[in-house]
Design a protein around this ligand. Structure first.
Ligand code: HEC
Ligand code: HEC
Length: 367
């Protein structure tokens, strides 16, 4: 049993290397030092709390204080404008959904549906990922299609199952609202205050870049071992013993690489080809971005298709299909307890719904 486990883990690691997309500020490669869980004849006992030395924790990192991009400076004016656009359903074709309808920042940065409902009640095929911390991830979208949040905005809004608006309609709508035109002038003095696809994406991107959720996990990583309870620390041990850190490590406990779903044991067929849709390379069939586990206790249902409702269940399935090992109920419960320590809310003033400016005479009607 043990040798099978080690072999499959090593295989997983080999497979990781070429698939690991790198950005200059991306997280370190997955560690090879994660020990396999000790198995005894009587079966594993419930995980126990233990002290962690900094070396063991080096595979993780605390959230940065902010996610800056030099060419989209985060001024308070721009973030406030982005927040208004974020909540404004007039941006969508039938003026019935805003970014917040699916990525609800007053909740988990996502919604509860396996598949969200977009404008004109259209449905896509993928689960809505949380917007919290997303701007810092190495790529955007389940298939890592875009690198920066700003790059995603216009094509994402154009999807029929999202907002159903082409670039022209998006720009026409925003520029027709008099107070927006004034706010763009203030936020983008260099671009001469133009309302354009670019500046709309920058404003929404600026808002997304502020939606960080540092938690007691970050305090713990900062050196305060008392920030986690004994049960959470035991869960961290169980998480590391279960080799989850092969893929879920770094600042976001994930979101630093793409991986095949079913790397150790085949996943039942999924209709979604994953990253193959972007690269058209066979090795990318069924490959998805490894999601962040920050806030994961609040973002059910799980996976790219929202097919798994419970965190206990997905934890067991991950171990079976990604690591090649069965978890006991006690190990599963302990890991889930640890995952709870990764959750926190962004600052309240950032997520409150702002008052939206009145439409102008040229504002398009819903269609
Ligand atoms: C109808 C629901 C819906 C609406 C409305 C919506 N999104 Fe999304 N969003 C999604 C889904 C689904 C995905 C995953 C897309 C994929 O992987 O193909 C996603 C992905 C994202 C991501 C990538 C996050 C990650 O972790 O990969 C960002 C950023 C994002 N959306 C921002 C926005 C912004 C900005 C708006 C408003 C302009 C918006 N979304 C409107 C459903 C929605
Ligand atoms: C070989 C890489 C790999 C390993 C090891 C791995 N995961 Fe994952 N994990 C992924 C990928 C890829 C996904 C997304 C798959 C998808 O959506 O189809 C994922 C998704 C998840 C999700 C769902 C998150 C969401 O927002 O939908 C959870 C929870 C999770 N993993 C926990 C774990 C735990 C706990 C372990 C250890 C037992 C683990 N993972 C081990 C690659 C891995």
């Amino acid at each position: 049993m043990r040798s099978v486990l080690v072999a499959s883990t090593a295989f997983g690691l080999l497979a990781l290397v070429p698939a690991c997309d790198k950005r200059p500020d991306s997280n370190p490669s997955p560690t090879t030092e994660t020990p396999a869980a000790p198995t005894t004849a009587s079966g594993p006992a419930a995980p126990k709390s233990r002290p962690f030395d900094p070396g063991q924790l080096a595979v993780f990192a605390a959230l940065p204080a902010s996610i800056e991009r030099p060419d989209n400076v985060l001024t308070p004016d721009k973030v406030a404008l982005g927040r208004m656009l974020w909540f404004d359903a007039r941006l969508s074709k039938a003026q019935d959904v805003s970014c917040n309808s699916c990525h609800d920042v007053t909740k988990s940065g996502a919604d509860d549906a396996p598949i969200s409902t977009g404008t004109k009640k259209q449905k896509g095929t993928r689960n809505t990922p949380t917007i919290f911390n997303a701007a810092g991830e190495f790529a955007q979208g389940w298939d890592a299609r875009w690198t920066l949040v700003e790059e995603l905005v216009v094509p994402h809004a154009a999807q029929a199952s999202v907002m159903g608006v082409d670039e022209k309609r998006l720009v026409d709508t925003v520029s027709s609202i008099p107070a927006y035109a004034a706010a763009f002038k203030k936020s983008f003095p260099d671009a001469k205050g133009a309302v354009a696809a670019d500046t709309i994406a920058m404003a929404l991107g600026a808002y997304a870049r502020k939606l960080l959720t540092p938690s007691k996990w970050d305090t713990f990583l900062g050196g305060d071992q008392s920030a986690l309870t004994d049960d959470e620390k035991a869960g961290l041990g169980a998480f590391m013993d279960a080799s989850c850190t092969t893929c879920h490590a770094g600042k976001y406990v994930g979101a630093a690489q793409n991986q095949k779903l079913g790397v150790a044991k085949a996943w039942p067929a999924s209709a979604d080809v994953g990253r193959f849709a972007v690269t058209k390379e066979d090795v990318d069939r069924g490959v998805f971005k490894v999601p962040t586990l920050r806030n994961v206790t609040k973002t059910a249902p799980y996976l790219h298709d929202g097919s798994i409702a419970s965190l206990d269940e997905i934890t067991k399935l991950m171990s079976r299909h990604q690591v090649g090992k069965e978890l006991t109920d006690a190990q599963t419960k302990s890991i889930v307890t640890f995952l709870g320590a990764l959750a926190a809310d962004p600052p309240k003033d950032l997520v409150a719904k702002p008052e939206l400016p009145a439409s102008g005479p040229k504002t398009p009607k819903p269609d």
